[in-house]
Design a protein around this ligand. Structure first.
Ligand SMILES: [Fe+2]
Ligand SMILES: [Fe+2]
Length: 362
């Protein structure tokens, strides 16, 4: 349990460190305001979890709490515990994808301990869960606003490559989705994790959301399809849900993300744009699980190492994509103004106008 809480706590300052310089290229005061709330709340989550470590785990908890201050996002000697928290986020497309995906993972992790038999953790997660929806909405709405602006520029200039016109092309958004999704899939841990099984059997951690209505016996009867590694091949297996809780949780997560992606695709359809977004397959570009070290295309089909090398620039952001995206990231601090690559939100915060209110007093 100490290890579980430490890993969760380590993610909180990790996401602050990743995004702390984003204000330098905030696309508007509205977005800057949301970023500041995000940073404040993630910092507070760290505080809450450190309190649990120090209050309830004696000297071991104090040691772990101290180590949280020493590790740092991307630090070569003392990196953050989870790999996804060691990537710097220096542009807003990645930030929105991060909130959209990683904070959603956070929601799943928190709701799994919401009914934990360790009451201090359960109660702490309850308040954090109240803050997560806002982080998720920063991501979901931010991405939708980018897509709206992208569609507008595509129609205006009758081209897919809208970088020269100050917009982010659909294929670039897709490449960044391909980049971040596997990192967040990895956050769910290994499918058949021993630790998850133990925490579950001790009542310290609950099942995935779609299994919460099931009795303990029914849950053992519910089978889940997973991949297993056999040498350099991946074979499919079917196991009782409590044996592969992380896989169950990740599958529920993917289903939820796909609902939002289907909404983006409906927007594209209604604007007569042929492009379609898709969540990469759980096998693509993974570092954890039976897929790590093997090569797959974003649709989950096996490819050779040579083919992956040859085609990865079609699937993942290239240096040129990064440079062109970075070129769009200019700070906009005039009240009511928005950077050209993103549409203004349809609603403001707390009933205020999205375009006629000074969200941050500088
Ligand atoms: Fe958090
Ligand atoms: Fe969050």
């Amino acid at each position: 349990l100490l290890q579980h809480i430490t890993v969760q706590a380590d993610a909180e300052p990790g996401s602050v460190e990743q995004s702390r310089l984003l204000s330098r290229c905030a696309p508007s005061l509205y977005d800057l305001r949301n970023l500041l709330q995000f940073l404040l709340e993630e910092g507070r989550h760290l505080w809450a979890l450190v309190h649990i470590l120090i209050e309830h785990f004696g000297p071991d908890g104090v040691v772990e709490a101290q180590a949280l201050l020493e590790r740092q996002c991307g630090n070569a000697e003392q990196p953050r515990l989870l790999e996804a928290f060691n990537f710097k986020i220096d542009e807003w497309l990645s930030y929105f994808l991060w909130c959209f995906l990683a904070d959603r993972d956070g929601k799943y992790q928190l709701s799994a301990v919401r009914r934990s038999a360790f009451d201090p953790l359960a109660r702490t997660c309850e308040f954090m869960l109240m803050e997560e929806p806002f982080h998720l909405s920063i991501g979901t709405h931010g991405l939708e606003r980018i897509i709206r602006r992208t569609m507008q520029l595509m129609q205006l200039h009758d081209t897919e490559d809208i970088f020269p016109f100050g917009g982010i092309p659909c294929y670039v958004i897709q490449k960044y989705l391909n980049f971040w999704a596997p990192k967040v899939f990895d956050l769910f841990g290994s499918d058949e994790s021993q630790r998850s099984r133990e925490l579950f059997s001790l009542g310290l951690r609950g099942p995935p959301p779609d299994a919460r209505v099931l009795s303990f016996t029914d849950m053992h009867d519910k089978l889940i399809a997973i991949d297993r590694r056999r040498g350099d091949r991946v074979v499919q297996a079917s196991v009782p849900l409590p044996e592969a809780l992380n896989a169950g949780m990740r599958k529920a997560f993917c289903a939820e993300v796909n609902i939002v992606i289907a909404r983006w695709n409906r927007l594209l359809v209604s604007n007569d744009i042929a492009f379609r977004f898709s969540l990469p397959h759980e096998r693509f570009n993974r570092q954890i699980g039976p897929w790590s070290g093997l090569h797959f295309a974003p649709d989950g089909c096996v490819v050779s190492a040579a083919e992956f090398m040859e085609r990865h620039h079609q699937w993942l952001p290239t240096d040129t994509d990064r440079m062109r995206l970075q070129g769009l990231m200019q700070q906009v601090l005039r009240p009511s103004a928005y950077a050209g690559w993103i549409a203004p939100p349809s609603l403001g915060i707390n009933g205020k106008s999205p375009t006629d209110f000074e969200y941050v007093l500088l």
